[in-house]
Design a protein around this ligand. Structure first.
Ligand code: SAM
Length: 321
């Protein structure tokens, strides 16, 4: 059985990249009048507590969403102090619209945080299913797949509380396989998020295979893949494979990466080897909306400035087609 639980990672820097991108995508794709089908092949639990045991133990949110909030607050406080001392310093840029939308969604789910702006009042973190659901209108549909029994149960309970009936369907099925049965979608508009845990090496191959099959079944869907950037050949190959598949199918594509720190192993004071944890991750999108590149072009430098931990921090943004 799988040991990966997203609760340990909720709100980390990879979630900041993934969820900011997802919000920008959902915002654009739900503006049209035709119904949209959203398929989330690896949904997770849907909602996470940032003050729960899992998140506190891993501390990953401290290097992600909390760092983003505290960094922006510090920049604003510095501006106030400079004003008071009538020093002339460049004012901090307001958050890019995509990051602003991300913060707005967090405020919506955390009324006390919305009221005070205090990071300590940010208690609930939305996973991809809740982000997707927030943007749906009556005609749209959301299909969620999650295999882990505990996360499936949490996800089902969390979605049930929304009282949205059959608009959102939750299934304990293999998302890679289930996707096939939903393409092409009835109104011929779909967005697919494929966000596995990559706990098993085979996940990398399954992602590229599943995306190739999906593009064959429904060429005009928007396909969104998150992947970790780690020293492993499969992880390096995945974006290359996705690019080749998009180019061969004459589809446009966009590839964004965010690095927050060096991937090098270091040595502790007692000579122990310290692994850096996840240093970087990427998003590969086939058939992105034309607005996404500008959205990320504005947001990525701010993510680097606010989340970067050393001089290796940076981003890349490429597109084609
Ligand atoms: N997309 C979620 C989010 O952004 O909030 C996080 C998902 S997490 C990275 C990956 C999830 O996929 C885990 O909860 C894991 O249990 C689940 N999983 C692993 N293999 C799966 C499969 N073949 N089909 C469906 N779910 C799977």
């Amino acid at each position: 059985m799988f040991s990966y639980r997203h609760a340990f990672h909720a709100g980390n820097h990879a979630d900041v990249l993934k969820h900011t991108t997802l919000i920008a995508l959902m915002k654009y794709l739900t503006q049209k009048d035709t119904a949209l089908t959203v398929i989330d092949t690896h949904a997770g639990a849907g909602l996470y507590r940032l003050d729960g045991d899992y998140t506190e133990t891993s501390g990953e949110a401290r290097e992600g969403i909390f760092k983003l909030i505290l960094g922006q607050k510090a920049a604003l406080a510095q501006e106030d102090a400079s004003k008071a001392a009538t020093k002339k310093v460049a004012p901090p840029a307001p958050l890019a619209p995509a990051l602003q939308d991300y913060m707005d969604l967090l405020r919506k789910l955390n009324p006390q945080f919305a009221e005070t702006g205090e990071a300590a009042h940010l208690k609930i973190y939305p996973g991809s299913p809740f982000i997707e659901q927030q943007f749906l209108s009556g005609r749209d549909k959301l299909k969620l797949f999650e295999l882990h029994p505990t996360d499936f149960k949490s996800l089902s309970g969390n979605i049930e509380q929304l009282g949205v009936g059959r608009q959102v369907v939750v299934a304990r099925e293999d998302g890679f396989e289930a996707l096939k049965t939903f393409l092409p979608p009835p109104a011929r508009r779909a967005m697919v998020l494929c966000d596995p845990s990559y706990e098993m090496k085979t996940d990398y191959l399954r992602v590229s295979g599943c995306m190739a099959d999906a593009v064959k079944r429904f060429a005009t869907g928007t396909y969104v893949v998150w992947y970790p950037i780690i020293p492993r050949p499969e992880a390096h190959d995945l974006p290359r494979k996705l690019k080749t598949l998009a180019v061969k199918a004459h589809r446009s594509w966009l590839h964004a990466t965010l690095t927050v720190k060096s991937s090098k192993l270091t040595t502790g004071t007692d000579g122990e080897v310290i692994r850096p944890g996840l240093p970087a991750s990427g998003m590969f999108i086939i058939n992105p909306p034309h607005t996404l590149k500008a959205d990320l072009q504005a947001a990525l430098p701010q993510m680097v400035a606010l989340l970067g931990q050393d001089r290796n921090a940076g981003f890349t943004l490429e597109h084609g087609g």
